[in-house]
Design a protein around this ligand. Structure first.
Ligand code: ATP
Ligand code: MG
Length: 235
C-alpha cells in the first residue's frame, strides 16, 4: 500500500493517506513527549518497539473478536489501519494506583485497586486533557450514552484480556489509555497500545517498563521498551 499525503503529524505518530480512502498508514516516531508536551525528547528505537508491541496486542485482541483499526504491519515502524472518526475522549482503566490518581485522591502508590477504575479524559491539548465524567462527555456531544457504555464495556473487556496476557509474561498491566473510533455504528479500538500509553511493571520487582522512565528521567527507557517487546513476543 503506497503512502500518499501526510494527513496528520502528532507527537508520537504520523498518519498518511493511501490510495484507498478507508485506509491510513500509521507511522510510529521515536519522538517522545510528556506532561502535555512540556517535556520533549527522543527514545531511539521507540517507533519500532511501539509498532511491534501494538501489532502484537491488536492481533491478540482480534483473536478475541474485539474490533481494532489494525489491518496489517507494513514495515518496522508502520502499520496499515482503517481510517476512523476518533471519539475525542481517552478511555483509561487503572488496576494499580499511581500517577495522577495518587496525587488527587487518598490512594498510596502501588495500591492494588479492588475494582478497576474507569476514567474519561477530554482529548484537548490546550486544556491539558482534563478528566471528565460521562455527563460532561454527553453535554459536550462527544458521544451518545450507548457509545459511552460501549467504551466502558470494551475497555473493561480489553483490560481483562490484556491483564492475563501480561501476567503470564511476568508483567503487570498497571493502567492504560485507549482511543475509540466509529465505524458503521460500532466502536473500534484505534490509535496504539504501547508503553507510551500503558503503565507496565515487572511483576516481581515492580520495575517500571514504560514511559514513566522518560517522564521521571529514570534512564534505560529504550531498554525497558525492548524488554516489554521481548516478553510480549513469548508465546
Ligand atoms: N484509525 C485512525 N483513524 C484516524 N485517526 C486516528 C486513528 N488512530 C489514531 N488516530 C489519531 O491519530 C493521531 C495519532 O498521532 P499521535 O498519537 O502522535 O497524536 P498526539 O500528538 O498524541 O495528539 P492527539 O492529542 O490528537 O492524540 C491521534 O490524533 C489519534 O487520535
Ligand atoms: Mg496520541
Amino acid at each position: 500500500m503506497e503512502k500518499k499525503g501526510l494527513l496528520y503529524e502528532g507527537k508520537a505518530k504520523k498518519l498518511y493517506l493511501t490510495e484507498d480512502e478507508t485506509l491510513l498508514v500509521q507511522e510510529f516516531k521515536d519522538d517522545a513527549t510528556a506532561f502535555n508536551g512540556a517535556k520533549k525528547g527522543v527514545i531511539s528505537g521507540k517507533g519500532e518497539y511501539n509498532c511491534s508491541i501494538s501489532t502484537i496486542l491488536f492481533e491478540y485482541l482480534e483473536s478475541y473478536h474485539i474490533s481494532t483499526h489494525f489491518v496489517r504491519r507494513l514495515s518496522p515502524t508502520e502499520m496499515l489501519v482503517s481510517r476512523m472518526e476518533i471519539i475525542q475522549l481517552e478511555a483509561v482503566i487503572r488496576n494499580i494506583a499511581t500517577g495522577s490518581l495518587v496525587k488527587r485522591l487518598p490512594f498510596q502508590e502501588g495500591d492494588v485497586l479492588e475494582y478497576p477504575i474507569f476514567e474519561l479524559y477530554l482529548k484537548n491539548d490546550e486544556l491539558g486533557d482534563p478528566l471528565v465524567n460521562e455527563y460532561h462527555a454527553l453535554a459536550l456531544q462527544l458521544a451518545c450514552p450507548d457509545e459511552i457504555r460501549a467504551m466502558f464495556r470494551l475497555t473493561s473487556k480489553i483490560n481483562a484480556i490484556l491483564r492475563s496476557y501480561f501476567e503470564r509474561r511476568g508483567l503487570m498491566l498497571v493502567d492504560f489509555k485507549l482511543e475509540f473510533g466509529r465505524e458503521q455504528g460500532e466502536l473500534v479500538a484505534a490509535d496504539e497500545i504501547s508503553p507510551d500509553t500503558c503503565r507496565i511493571w515487572d511483576r516481581k520487582t515492580h520495575k517500571k517498563l514504560d514511559k514513566d522512565r522518560f517522564r521521571f528521567d529514570m534512564g534505560g527507557v529504550d531498554k525497558a521498551y525492548q524488554e516489554v517487546l521481548e516478553r510480549l513476543s513469548n508465546a
